[in-house]
Design a binder for this molecule. Structure first.
Ligand code: SAM
Ligand code: SF4
Length: 316
């Protein structure tokens, strides 16, 4: 599918739940969350049907996310059925890692190729401050198990001034010690956590002050990450800079929320409801075309226009 700026749209991110056991300060409001009723959330069968339809329209790369996707009941059954869709060439999952130790083997068997695991610190106390959950040890075990079973692993670390900027070197060192990629992500002002982002934003330029990082070529031209490698390291260090260098010209993605809306852009409130027409038995393919054509040329975060919905709702 081509959008009106001639970008090839082949990537769908699917938030299968907006629930999460963590409460990361940059992602979810700490209080006042109202869980959606079961009726307001796509069933697993509906998610399968929608993803299948997107794939028939030209999507060949799918990532399951959330909220925390591994919290969704019967998630493995969904993954197994999606894993059988041959036209999906790249099938991945983003997780906070808390349940990964138990799931890693089955995820791999069901067809997941890569896991992006969120880990902003290597310090258990700081981990609890960031996520409001005592979970570091379990996440670390999940990371080790994912590597053990042969899943590709990328660590997502959100850069936060005054919180984890003293750990940039230790996080980079992981790419020497383990066969994994690490990606630093600039904190984005989204939803109800915008004050947090304003207070703790740090440009990825800070990472480039670290000695010995050599730029390497990206293997995927659509990847938003600029890639670097430390000499002798097993993995690479990526910088995702939505704020300091936006990458909208290479954007190839659509997002499907757990309540059945397709979002053309992460940073805009515009969305198209697929759930209602789906439940009425209507053809949703023209709506997928409409969402593709509605992709804006670029985001306007610097002009302070952003989504009012939190990341756990949209699916990061
Ligand atoms: N729960 C899973 C996890 O934490 O990996 C998946 C969902 S989470 C919303 C997906 C990604 O979004 C995580 O890597 C998280 O760090 C990132 N994220 C959430 N809020 C963000 C923000 N305000 N700025 C930058 N990244 C954010
Ligand atoms: Fe949960 Fe992931 Fe959001 Fe943290 S970033 S609160 S783990 S959805």
């Amino acid at each position: 599918m081509k959008d009106k700026f001639q970008r090839e749209i082949n990537y769908l991110r699917v938030s299968i739940t907006d629930l999460c056991n963590f409460r990361c300060g940059y992602c979810m409001p700490q209080e006042g969350l109202v869980a959606k009723s079961r009726q307001e959330i796509l069933t697993l069968e509906e998610i399968y049907y929608l993803v299948h339809t997107f794939v028939e329209k030209g999507i060949n790369k799918v990532r399951l996310t959330g909220g925390e996707p591994l919290l969704r009941k019967n998630v493995l059954a969904l993954i197994e059925s999606l894993g059988k869709i041959e036209k999906i060439k790249d099938f991945a999952l983003t997780s906070n890692g808390y349940l990964l130790k138990d799931y890693a083997q089955d995820l791999k068997a069901a067809g997941i190729q890569r896991v992006n695991l969120s880990l902003d610190t290597l310090n258990a106390q700081k981990f609890e401050k960031i996520t409001h959950y005592d979970g570091f040890d379990k996440v670390w075990q999940g990371l080790e198990e994912a590597l053990n079973v042969g899943l590709g692993v990328k660590i997502n670390a959100v850069l936060m001034k005054g919180i984890n900027d003293d750990e940039i070197g230790d996080l980079i060192q992981l790419t020497k010690d383990y066969p994994l990629d690490l990606r630093f992500i600039e904190l984005m002002p989204i939803g109800q956590t915008q004050d947090f982002a304003q207070k703790h934003f740090l440009s990825c330029d800070e990472v480039l002050k670290f000695d010995g990082l050599l730029e390497v070529e990206r293997d995927d031209p659509h990847s938003p990450a600029q890639l670097y490698r430390l000499e002798g390291a097993q993995g690479r260090v990526g910088l995702i800079r939505p704020i300091s260098q936006h990458f909208c010209q290479a954007c190839n993605r659509l997002r499907l929320t757990s309540d059945g809306k397709v979002k053309p852009c992460l940073h805009s409130d515009s969305s198209l409801d697929l759930m209602t027409p789906l439940r009425k038995g209507e053809d949703i393919r023209p709506l997928i075309d409409r969402a593709t054509q509605a992709k804006p040329e670029r985001h306007h975060l610097l002009e302070r226009q952003t989504s009012q919905e939190s990341m756990n709702r949209i699916g990061g």
